[in-house]
Write a protein that binds this ligand. Structure first.
Ligand SMILES: C[S@@+](CC[C@H](N)C(=O)[O-])C[C@H]1O[C@@H](n2cnc3c(N)ncnc32)[C@H](O)[C@@H]1O
Length: 265
């Protein structure tokens, strides 16, 4: 914990990203991955498999990963060998990721807020207004493959925490979250190239085999039912407490357009 605190202090980042918790969250994901490596292994392998399936049969000029994070679920070596250009998009890139991709000359990092609302949320919540989520697909239009890499359900979380802390009620906050999710799905739907979606669609708090609570991380938004399904044991006990396990029900859809409209989760 102390090591994570120091790391947070030392990493330079825009103020709104630090204050809203984006850097802390990236540090926490890395730390949890180190503690839960065995429990995460199947999930990370399946994500990489879905991305490699998505890369088959298309022009291999440019791939863009949305939510590249710590590259835990991204087959970066294979993508760098397959595609002419690899663009890794995240709201913030950790120093270790910059170092890791430096030798890969065709890999580029872009620090972009894919919702377009984070900075506005930071500022507007202070003034008392919630900004709408914006989706601009234009900057992604020349990618042969765009991967939404376990980012969909994460997009509203820190903006929601921020506005909740500023006194917004549950109803307003959840409507805001839903708009952010809908806009990401709209953005993916507007892209001309292939789109691969990796996301959780149900969060389970469990006591071993017994599910104690199911949470909808997409706030009612629907995604296609087709796709590979698996469980991500994201926080097996005693990660959160000695009595509960947290797991995500996951889906991996290599070609979103091919399955859009064929049932909804
Ligand atoms: C659960 S992680 C995804 C895992 C990641 N693919 C990996 O392998 O480490 C979610 C990622 O979404 C990023 N993120 C959250 N909100 C974002 C936003 N508005 N724009 C861009 N990236 C965002 C986070 O920084 C984080 O890296």
């Amino acid at each position: 914990m102390l090591a994570e605190w120091f790391k947070h202090q030392l990493i330079p980042a825009p103020r709104h990203l630090k204050d809203m918790g984006y850097v802390k969250e990236l540090i926490a994901i890395g730390a949890r991955h180190r503690r839960c490596q065995d429990a995460w292994a199947d999930h990370l392998g399946l994500c990489k498999k879905v991305i490699l399936d998505a890369a088959k049969g298309i022009k291999p000029d440019k791939v863009t990963i949305l939510g590249s994070g710590l590259l835990l679920d991204i087959p970066i070596d294979a993508l760098s060998k397959t595609f002419g250009e690899v663009v890794l998009v995240d709201i913030f890139h950790m120093p270790e990721i910059k170092k890791c991709v430096k030798p890969m000359k065709n890999v580029r990092l872009e620090a972009i807020d894919v919702t377009g609302v984070v900075e506005a949320t930071f500022e507007h919540a202070l003034e008392g207004a919630l900004p709408p989520a914006k989706a601009d697909a234009g900057w992604l239009a020349d990618s042969d493959l765009v991967v939404s890499a376990n980012i969909l359900s994460q997009l509203p979380l820190l903006p929601m925490d921020w506005v909740k802390d500023k006194g917004y009620g549950e109803e307003k906050t959840e409507a805001f979250a839903r708009r952010i999710i809908d806009h990401h799905l709209e953005l993916l739907g507007a892209l001309p190239g292939r789109v691969c979606l990796l996301t959780e669609f149900e969060r389970q708090i469990a006591d071993g085999d017994e599910v104690l609570q199911e949470i909808d991380p997409l706030f009612g938004a629907r995604i296609p039912a087709s796709g590979l399904k698996w469980i991500w044991n994201i926080a097996p006990r005693p990660e959160i407490t000695r009595h509960i396990d947290l797991r995500f029900r996951m889906t991996g859809i290599p070609d979103l357009r091919a399955v859009t409209g064929k049932g909804k989760n």
